[in-house]
Design a protein around this ligand. Structure first.
Ligand SMILES: Nc1ncnc2c1ncn2[C@@H]1O[C@H](COP(=O)(O)OP(=O)(O)OP(=O)(O)O)[C@@H](O)[C@H]1O
Ligand SMILES: [Mg+2]
Length: 254
C-alpha cells in the first residue's frame, strides 16, 4: 500500500496546492506512481495541471457521493506524469449533500481503499477551511505534510491544525504529522529566516531541509497549466521541489 498524504493547513494561501502539484510531479519524475486528489471546490490543483474544471465528465464530487464506486472512474491521466482526481465548483454543494449522510467523514477513505494500492504516493489537496472536505482528507490519509508560509506568523496557525489532526485521529488512529514544509521563503526579509528559525526550534526534524523560495514563476506556472519543472526548468523553485521529493522518499522509506 502506498503513502496517502494530505497537504493540510487551515490557513489560506500557504502553498498547499502548489506543493501538492510540484511535489507530486517530482515524485513521478523519480519513478513513483502518483495520484493527486483535488478536494477543493476552488479546483486550483486541477487547473494548475492544465485540466479545465468546467469540462469534466466526473470529478471528486461523484467520488465522495458514491464511495463504493472507487476512484478509477473519475481519475484522469495528465501531461505532467501524474494521475488526477479533478475537482470543480460543483463540489461546493457536496458539503451540504454529504452533511446528512452516515459516514460522511469516511467517503474519501472508502473510495481510495479500492484504488490507493495502485500508487506509491497519493497526495490530497484540501481547502483551507476545516470543513468536511478537509476532514475527509485527514481521515483518508496516513500522514500530513503542512506547508508553512515564511511570510507571516504562519506558525501560530499550527496548534489549530494539531487539534484538528487529534480530532481526525478518532476516526483514523494511524494519522501522523510527518513534515512541515517552509514555503514562500524570501531571503530579503527578516521575517522569513525568523519563521524558519522558530519552526526548526519548535518542530525540529519535522521541518524539511528543503525550503521553497518565494518565486514569481511558481505563481505564474498554473496559468500555463504547467508544473515548475516544465515552466522554469533549473530555477531555484524547480530545484527546491526536486530536492523535497528526494527528502520525502527518504522520510517515508520508499
Ligand atoms: N513559493 C511561492 N512563491 C511565490 N508564489 C507562490 C509560491 N507558492 C505558491 N504561490 C502562489 O501563492 C498563491 C497561494 O498558493 P497556493 O494556491 O499553492 O496556496 P494554498 O495553500 O493552496 O491556497 P488555498 O488555501 O487558497 O487553497 C498562489 O497564487 C500561488 O501561485
Ligand atoms: Mg489550495
Amino acid at each position: 500500500m502506498g503513502q496517502i498524504i494530505a497537504l493540510a493547513m487551515q490557513k489560506g494561501g500557504t502553498g498547499k496546492t502548489t506543493s501538492t502539484l510540484n511535489l507530486g510531479v517530482e515524485l513521478a519524475h523519480l519513478g513513483k506512481k502518483v495520484l493527486l486528489v483535488d478536494i477543493d471546490p476552488q479546483a486550483n490543483l486541477t487547473s494548475g495541471l492544465g485540466v479545465n474544471p468546467n469540462d469534466l465528465k466526473y470529478s471528486i464530487y461523484e467520488v465522495l457521493l458514491n464511495p463504493a464506486k472507487g476512484t478509477a472512474f473519475a481519475t484522469l491521466e495528465t501531461n505532467a506524469g501524474v494521475d488526477l482526481i479533478p475537482s470543480n465548483l460543483i463540489l461546493a454543494g457536496a458539503e451540504l449533500e454529504l452533511a446528512g449522510k452516515i459516514g460522511r467523514e469516511l467517503m474519501l477513505r472508502k473510495a481510495l481503499s479500492k484504488t490507493a494500492g495502485q500508487y506509491d504516493y497519493v497526495l490530497i489537496d484540501p481547502p483551507p477551511s476545516l470543513g468536511l472536505f478537509t476532514i475527509n482528507a485527514l481521515v483518508a490519509a496516513g500522514s500530513v505534510i503542512t506547508p508553512v508560509q515564511a511570510q507571516t506568523y504562519a506558525l501560530q496557525a499550527l496548534p489549530q491544525l494539531e487539534t484538528t489532526i487529534a480530532l481526525a485521529k478518532d476516526l483514523n488512529q494511524e494519522l501522523e504529522m510527518k513534515g512541515l514544509l517552509i514555503t514562500m521563503f524570501d531571503r530579503r526579509t527578516s521575517l522569513s529566516p525568523a519563521v524558519e528559525k522558530q519552526a526548526r526550534q519548535q518542530y525540529g526534524e519535522l521541518v524539511f531541509k528543503s525550503i521553497i523560495p518565494d518565486a514569481t514563476r511558481l505563481a505564474e506556472a498554473p496559468a500555463y497549466g504547467q508544473p515548475i519543472r516544465v515552466y522554469a526548468p533549473g530555477s531555484a523553485a524547480a530545484t527546491a521541489y526536486a530536492s523535497l521529493a528526494q527528502e520525502v522518499i527518504m522520510r517515508y522509506g520508499s
